[in-house]
Design a protein around this ligand. Structure first.
Ligand SMILES: [Fe+2]
Length: 502
């Protein structure tokens, strides 16, 4: 399997989707062809999904409520889809927006914020044309520009991570983009080797405490694995046929293994040819199993596939192993409903109940070839772990969670720490007017104990129509935030990011 064959299959499908996708489909499903209907319902709780028009923003000094701990200094990078509309067209899917990278800087002078769009080739061309020119993951956009590779469609919109002297803005279907960590200016796509140029690089790399960096990519039934040094040098890689053609968004790493859960999703190529977006062409096969791919970190050719009941999976917290039993936590949902039903409604500004996504815990017994699963019932997403314990035995997980919201819309309005040893939780609710995004655990300088540090993340306050950064004592969430750093504006929701201590 080589790059040429990899891209042949991609190009054939992308071309099929693009060549016949009628732009009227987008108009019909969004109502955009009816000038009397807005592209976006002005629901104040959904404001961040309006998106920006391509402008960069900054604030030198956020309004601080409470007190930012003196030892919490550094930069918090985030990334997410930031632009959803051009002219009379609006994306139908949250995943489609162009990447907007944020830097929240915690200094002795306070907290500043800057957000800058990644100048992908797609963004630059569409900004110039003031219209969408290229197909998107979840919206049927007619191609008006050539699709030369998957990077022609790359939005670089899913996460931001430092690797060596590069800030990477990552998508999952193509290359990572390299940005200047200080200015957020776009340098260009990254090729880990000439052979791997343009290959997919997921937005969920796993970085161990010593900087060892693991990642993967999937596209059209193929899979690529990466092992990189802390400086970003390619140490080894592998390209092979995936056990299924499923969308794989994230993975987990234990001391000795890479673990992938491949949900039972097939791509309906007829639907693509009929003009559907990639998301709408995905078919959930409830009668099929979820394939569990376990890869030896030391030798990527040592791969094993096990099976378990079908769930939809986006995110993992962590994995670790003992006595040849791998423990993996993840967030599960029933099927593609959250992606293909709820997200388009959300993108229209509707306040609809999201399908639940709940914590799940796997034990993969490699000796017996058996998998057991334990579950909890909280509605949550975006799990994170103390970064010092990636691929090691961990006790705590941190999530944004839905807590007793009055309108019952399932919005993630609180935070939760879960102690997986005893099942106890520590929670804080922001009430009915706030949405909470991913929060990352930031270790306290000089500490070694898991969980000792701060939980730092971002949220949106609908009553003020402003975004904020929040800082909690990670060992006492229920005490409420130590500090909120409020911006004088709102910003689009992000997906993921990382904090780097000064
Ligand atoms: Fe993600």
């Amino acid at each position: 399997m080589d790059r040429r064959h990899f891209f042949q299959s991609l190009a054939a499908t992308a071309a099929a989707a693009a060549s016949v996708a009628p732009s009227a489909l987008l108009h019909a499903s969004t109502g955009a062809s009816d000038a009397s209907k807005p592209l976006f319902n002005a629901n104040p709780h959904r404001t961040p999904l309006r998106g920006f028009q391509g402008q960069d923003v900054s604030c030198d000094s956020a309004l601080i409520e409470g007190k930012v701990p003196a030892a919490l200094r550094g930069v918090f990078y985030r990334n997410g889809p930031g632009l959803f509309e051009r002219g009379t067209q609006r994306y139908e899917h949250w995943f489609d927006g162009d990447g907007l990278v944020h830097a929240w800087r915690f200094t002795d002078q306070g907290v500043s914020h800057r957000a800058r769009f990644v100048r992908t080739s797609k963004f630059v061309a569409e900004q110039e044309a003031n219209e969408f020119l290229l197909p998107a993951f979840g919206s049927a956009i007619k191609a008006k520009a050539p699709i030369r590779s998957s990077d022609s469609l790359n939005t670089a919109n899913t996460s931001a991570i430092l690797l060596g002297d590069r800030l990477l803005a990552m998508w999952e279907g193509g290359s990572a983009y390299s940005l200047d960590p200080q200015t957020l200016e776009t340098r260009g796509t990254v090729a880990w080797s000439p052979e791997l140029k343009g290959m997919p690089f997921s937005a969920h790399p796993k970085v161990e405490a010593d900087g060892t960096f693991w990642n993967f990519g999937t596209m059209m039934g193929k899979m690529v694995l990466y092992h990189l040094s802390p400086k970003g040098e390619l140490l080894k890689h592998a390209v092979f046929d995936a056990p299924t053609g499923a969308m794989v968004h994230d993975f987990a790493v234990s001391q000795r293994h890479l673990i992938f859960l491949l949900p039972p999703i097939n791509l309906n190529r007829d639907a693509l040819r009929a003009g559907k977006g990639f998301a709408q062409a995905m078919v959930w096969n409830a009668q099929e199993s979820l394939k569990v791919l376990v890869v030896d970190k030391a030798d990527f050719s040592k791969r094993r596939v096990l099976e378990m009941p079908p769930y939809m999976v986006f995110h993992f917290g962590n994995a670790w192993e003992a006595n040849n039993v791998i423990k993996v936590d993840f967030v599960k949902s029933a099927d593609l409903g959250v992606m293909n039903d709820w997200m388009p409604k959300m993108m229209r500004g509707e306040a609809t109940q999201s399908p639940s996504s709940t914590p799940a815990f796997l034990s993969i017994d490699l000796n017996r070839g058996r998998i057991s699963i334990a579950e909890r019932s909280e509605n949550l997403e975006f799990p994170r772990v103390d970064p010092r314990f990636v691929a090691q035995r961990n006790r705590y997980l941190y999530y944004p969670v839905g807590l007793n919201r009055a309108n019952g819309d399932g919005e993630l309005n609180g935070l939760m720490r879960l102690d997986i040893d005893n099942g106890k939780t520590d929670t804080y609710s922001f009430g009915d007017n706030c949405s909470l995004e991913e929060h990352v655990m930031v270790p306290k300088p000089g500490s070694t104990r898991e969980g000792e540090g701060w939980l730092v993340g971002v949220g949106f306050d609908a009553s003020r129509q402003q975004s904020f950064a929040s800082v909690f004592d990670a060992q006492n969430l229920s005490a409420g935030p130590l500090a909120l750093a409020r911006l004088p504006y709102w910003v689009p929701y992000c997906f993921h990011g990382h904090f780097y201590a000064a």
